[in-house]
Ligand binder design. Structure first.
Ligand SMILES: NC(=O)c1ccc[n+]([C@@H]2O[C@H](COP(=O)([O-])OP(=O)(O)OC[C@H]3O[C@@H](n4cnc5c(N)ncnc54)[C@H](OP(=O)(O)O)[C@@H]3O)[C@@H](O)[C@H]2O)c1
Length: 323
């Protein structure tokens, strides 16, 4: 495994992060029906530890909190809390009450404690706002986040998918108040969705905010030939959003290069994301035993500029894509 720093912080992270949206109880309200429940999820955490993937990303909302519970249990079972860089998120709806969603002071103070309980730990390393909350003043959000950092519950702050102007507004509020700023951005980035390149990602690169992009393998769509289905792709509407005639030539280009290089499509997709110097660590999803070892092997796969250009040529911008 390679290790790097998260953006311009001193935090050492593995060059790949384990995406824990794939794990937790699939029968809970709002859960991904394809998620792997506790017993089926455990081997992936063990594999991650063995491969040196020590940066793990979850969220309070994944499988209604049960993803966090699985993560908490597996840390105790397979590793030590000190050896994991643990990231989770706040914003999504956990209940109907005023503290159940969004980025108000009430919500942030309630949700961090609920996450810590489920994770079975005193602190998270990276606490990320899952989206922008237009219903809360940015200063209220940033001061509340600063307070939980100062209370020792959170080491670093991060943000996820939003417009660049929203991220700039939040960072500016933190600067004005003398509060903790975001050090990372988790946005969707893959060969099928590159709409953040000219604004959000350029801003992060310029200001030393580390990118930890999600869905680098196009949620599976870039990892198998066009039209091939899996359990996840047959039930998940977000994955099915890729089933567009605009996306097909990109998938075909990945397949062609994978065949020419004698590697898997997943590895080509991942190697392309890893080429971007602003990317600290892509967050990969794994639902089968060969997924994580293949992702680690992709760290060795270097694409030439010509190969990258061939992959990028069929892309067309489809505008904002938040999921
Ligand atoms: N902040 C946010 O809003 C947000 C949104 C989405 C995700 N995330 C984070 O990002 C993480 C990763 O997201 P993701 O699962 O969409 O990422 P991804 O890595 O693009 O997709 C993972 C999927 O790709 C397929 N795959 C992976 N390796 C493969 C291989 N070697 N060969 C063939 N297929 C392979 C599998 O699909 P099948 O299961 O279909 O086989 C797997 O479920 C999540 O767990 C979560 O932590 C965050």
């Amino acid at each position: 495994m390679e290790y790097t720093r998260l953006g311009d912080t001193g935090l050492k992270i593995s060059r790949l992060a384990l995406g824990c949206m794939s794990y937790g109880d699939p029968t809970t309200e709002g859960a991904h029906r394809w998620a792997l429940a506790d017993d089926d999820a455990q081997p992936f955490f063990q594999q991650a530890v063995e491969l040196g993937i020590t940066f793990w990303d979850t969220a309070n909302t994944y499988q209604a909190g049960t993803s966090e519970e699985v993560v908490g249990r597996t840390i105790k079972r397979f590793t030590r809390r000190e050896d994991i860089v643990l990231a989770t998120k706040v914003w999504g709806k956990m209940h109907d009450g005023p503290g159940g969603s969004g980025l108000s002071r009430k919500a942030i103070l309630e949700q961090i404690d609920a996450s810590l309980t489920r994770l079975g730990t005193d602190y998270v390393d990276l606490y990320q706002i899952h989206r922008f909350d237009p219903g809360t003043p940015v200063a209220e959000t940033m001061e509340a986040l600063h307070d939980i950092v100062k209370a020792g519950k959170v080491r670093y702050l991060g943000a996820s998918s939003m417009y660049a102007w929203q991220f700039a507004k939040l960072q500016h509020a933190a600067g004005q108040g003398g509060w903790t700023r975001f050090v990372s951005m988790q946005n969707q980035y893959n060969l099928l969705r590159r709409q953040d390149e000219p604004e959000l990602m350029a801003m992060c690169a310029d200001t030393g905010v580390g990118l930890v992009p999600y869905s680098p393998q196009g949620k599976g769509r870039l990892a198998r030939p066009w039209g091939e289905q899996s359990t996840r792709s047959s039930v998940d509407h977000v994955v099915q959003a890729f089933d567009s005639p605009l996306d097909e030539p990109v998938v075909n280009a990945v397949q062609k290069l994978a065949e020419a290089r004698g590697v898997t499509m997943a590895q080509i997709a991942l190697a392309w994301v890893l080429r971007n110097p602003a990317v600290s660590a892509p967050i990969v999803g794994a639902t089968k035993p060969h997924h994580l070892p293949e992702a680690v092997a992709a760290l060795e796969l270097k694409l030439t500029d010509d190969e990258a250009a061939t992959l990028e040529e069929p892309y067309s911008n489809r505008g904002p894509s938040w999921y």
